[in-house]
Design a protein around this ligand. Structure first.
Ligand code: NAP
Length: 443
């Protein structure tokens, strides 16, 4: 950590999880405490979490947050310890011994299921699998069976549903200038998909789409956007919700505009279907359709949409962290203003592990700020405990291949090189072994 003499007594703090929540937490510590030293630990050899592996490659506006996160990663008094997994490479006892306080910002890595028959048929996947695949998450390279797919159902009315639907109907030429992995670009370029159906169980008034994300469909050339005018017959609940919620009104107006527009004769269509609940994924050996039930007055009834792929985009879920308490009721780590409760140790929580999988990347800034204030109050309230030897030495002695900030710059250089070979700016490296091998290359 290269502590200068005046930093000799500085508190050492750890943040587990190098996604936006973890980086914003590290940033807040460094800004608010004059001497604290921060170790940023992540199970992946790469930093940035969902900003690197969750934001769709064509969403350049959202990806621009990487510039901010890169600045934070480069701060003095911060060290990156990548490829270190909490629960196996390091335990709570290790962290407790080496740090005066630990913030867990480990996100919500699991996906929710629909709980309907047919969910396990080949061709039915969590949308997160597609997200990990087009974003090059290390180790997620099993080939997606897009080959014989013409129609896809995406279940859920959130921003992840919009992302995956948009990538599937995108003009592949429009993705060449992104960092999408080569194999994902090839498969999308060869795809025969003509129709993507986004299926929401409630009225458009309650969709969780952001208007900015919805608008992205307007930028895709030769795409017909189909919305059914009858989905806008609002009941009193929906009307009240719209009255009270400006963002929902803006979103609904955009959808209505598409509903009113004449259909375009194009090769690719995205369909928005509201107030339809999936009840079964049908098919013998693989997905052949999805059964939808509509309960909406005179329009009640059942339909089977003939799709060959179903992507379940109904939200993420947190998983219990080794040795820390977990609230099964709301799927988060129990806390009070960020301090983990019901636990005997200086453990704190930020981001989705703290509040559940909601909000956009920027939401994590204020959220992390609250946790850091609580952590700093905790430090003020006691003498900073003496912490043992440097965790890095311990990890190395255990044979753990820790990836440093300098190693990360080597990985970045490699991704630029791969990109240049393919005539692109940068292409993500997806193999874990290649990412780890880049540590040994000259910077
Ligand atoms: P989300 O926003 O929570 O949306 C989940 C959707 O699934 C909701 O429409 C929900 O409907 C529906 N759903 C849940 N259970 C269902 C079921 N059994 N059957 C049918 N539908 C069901 O989740 P998300 O899309 O995964 O996004 C997670 C977070 O990441 C959100 O905060 C999102 O804004 C953020 N995100 C942001 C961006 C961006 O800003 N570019 C991109 C991606 C993700 P109900 O409302 O009826 O429950």
């Amino acid at each position: 950590m290269n502590a200068s003499p005046d930093l000799a007594d500085a508190p050492r703090l750890a943040v587990v999880g190098a996604g936006p929540a973890g980086l914003f937490a590290a940033d807040a510590i460094l800004k608010k405490h004059p001497t604290a030293l921060v170790d940023l630990i992540d199970q992946l050899p790469t930093p940035f979490g969902l900003a690197r592996y969750g934001v769709a490659p064509d969403n350049l506006k959202m990806k621009s947050v990487l510039t901010t996160l890169t600045k934070i990663l480069g701060r003095e008094r911060l060290r990156f310890l990548g490829n270190v997994r909490y629960g196996s490479d390091v335990t709570w006892a290790d962290l407790d011994r080496h740090y005066a306080g630990v913030i867990f910002a480990t996100g919500a890595p699991a996906t929710r299921s629909l709980g309907i028959p047919g969910e396990d048929l080949p061709g039915s996947e969590p949308a997160a699998t597609l997200v990990s695949w087009y974003n090059g998450y290390p180790g997620h390279r099993h080939e997606l069976p897009l080959g014989s797919v013409q129609e896809v159902a995406v279940i859920g009315a959130g921003n992840v549903a919009l992302d995956v639907a948009r990538l599937l109907v995108h003009d592949p030429d429009g993705l060449v200038h992104t960092d999408i992995p080569g194999d994902a670009l090839e498969l999308l370029s060869a795809s025969e998909i003509t129709d993507v159906h986004i299926i929401a169980r409630r009225s458009p008034a309650f969709a969780k789409f952001s208007t900015a994300e919805l608008r992205e469909f307007d930028h895709i050339p030769n795409l017909d956007i189909r919305v059914r005018p009858e989905d806008f017959d609002f009941d009193s609940d929906a009307a009240e919700h719209l009255e009270a919620n400006r963002n929902a009104r803006l979103m609904v107006n955009l959808l209505k505009g598409w509903a009113d527009a004449p259909p375009k004769e194009t090769g690719r269509r995205v369909h928005f279907r509201f107030a339809e609940r999936p009840t079964e994924i049908v098919g013998d050996e693989r997905v052949a359709g999805i059964r939808l039930e509509r309960r909406s007055g005179a329009r009640s009834g059942e339909t089977v949409l003939p799709v060959q792929m179903v992507l379940r985009s109904v939200g993420y879920r947190c998983v219990p962290l080794s040795e820390l308490p977990f609230s099964a009721a709301d799927g988060t780590v129990p806390h009070c203003a960020g301090r983990v409760t019901g636990f005997d140790g200086a453990a704190f929580v930020a981001g989705w592990a703290k509040r559940g999988p909601s909000g956009v990347i920027g939401t994590n800034k204020a959220d992390a700020g609250e946790t850091v204030d609580t952590l700093l109050k905790h430090l003020e309230s006691r003498d900073v405990p003496h912490v043992g030897e440097d965790l890095l030495q311990v990890l190395r002695s255990r044979g753990c291949h820790v990836v440093s900030r300098e190693d990360w710059t080597r990985i970045e250089a490699l991704e630029m090189e791969v990109g240049a070979e393919l005539g692109r700016d940068r292409v993500k490296v997806t193999e874990l072994a290649t990412l780890l091998a880049a540590r040994h290359q000259p910077a």
